[in-house]
Structure formats: C-alpha cells, structure tokens
Design a protein around this ligand. Sequence first.
Ligand SMILES: O=c1ccn([C@H]2C[C@H](O)[C@@H](COP(=O)(O)OP(=O)(O)OP(=O)(O)O)O2)c(=O)[nH]1
Ligand SMILES: [Mg+2]
Length: 152
Amino acid sequence: MSQKIQLKLLDPRLGRDYPIPAYATEGSAGLDLRAMLDEPLTLEPGATALIKTGIAIYIGDPGLAAVILPRSGLGHKHGIVLGNLVGLIDSDYQGELMVSCWNRGQTAFEIAPGERIAQLVLVPVVRADFEFVSDFVASERGAGGFGHTGRH
Ligand SMILES: O=c1ccn([C@H]2C[C@H](O)[C@@H](COP(=O)(O)OP(=O)(O)OP(=O)(O)O)O2)c(=O)[nH]1
Ligand SMILES: [Mg+2]
C-alpha cells in the first residue's frame, strides 16, 4: 500500500550530491535517511549526536505516523542505534526529520556526510477515544504481567 506524503528537500545536496529519498527495493518498508553533515562526524563510544536529514515530511493524516528505526547493519555491527531507541514522527510535525545517533558500542565510529544512518517507516495509528469506567469486565489475564505466565 502506498500513500501520498508531502516531502520538502531542505538541503541542496539532496538530488545533486546524494540521491533523493527513495525506497531501495520494491519491497522495502523503510526509507533510508541520510546524515546531512558538513564534515565527517566521529561518534565516540557512548556519545550521542542529533543529526539533520535534510528533509521534512508532512503526514497530515492523524491515522498515520512514521517511526525512525536503526539500520540493522549499523546497529548490529557497529553499535550505531538511536538515542531515543525509536523516533516517532507525529502526523502534524512539519519540521526537519532529525536522527539521534547513539554509539552504544565500544569503538569510535565515523559517520560520513550523506551516509544512510537510519530508516523511516510509515505506520497506521489508531487513536483512543477513552470511555471512562470504574471496573473492567474480567479477562483471563486480569492484572497479571511481567512474566506472570512463566518463561517456557
Ligand atoms: O527521532 C525523532 C523523534 C522526533 N522527531 C520530531 C518529530 C516529532 O513529531 C517531534 C516530537 O517528537 P516526540 O513527541 O517524540 O518528542 P517530545 O520530546 O515529546 O517533544 P514534543 O514536546 O515536541 O512533542 O520531533 C524527530 O525529528 N526525530
Ligand atoms: Mg511529544
């Protein structure tokens, strides 16, 4: 399924020096986001940096949102994940998409200008229309959680 989403290119290097945002394959769920840095950035172990992506999107529909997720190769091999673990992009956000890059690894990692550092996934959203009650109809689980059903 696809959906028209407005996108602004905020950095002139996109479409000139680096490809404009595009899905890598027909089946890709994620759209890679690039680090619009002016020079290489070394992320020391444990360090976090907020990195511009050079793009803004306006989702516009409250029934949709986007999430920013780590790229698996960077996360698994180099420890480069997100400082907020997952980024949530509200449907009414119109600012530049920012990526909080966190080096959770043991070695420094250099991010090159234009490098693909994370990915954006559009997701459906169901917003709650709360009905305030004082009791719930009993369920099988009740209030049991956090390992209540055992390990194996
Ligand atoms: O990784 C991220 C996470 C968020 N955002 C933008 C889009 C999102 O709609 C907005 C607010 O994010 P969130 O609600 O998660 O942050 P907050 O700390 O609650 O800020 P706010 O008070 O602005 O809602 O920041 C990003 O660009 N990148
Ligand atoms: Mg918020």
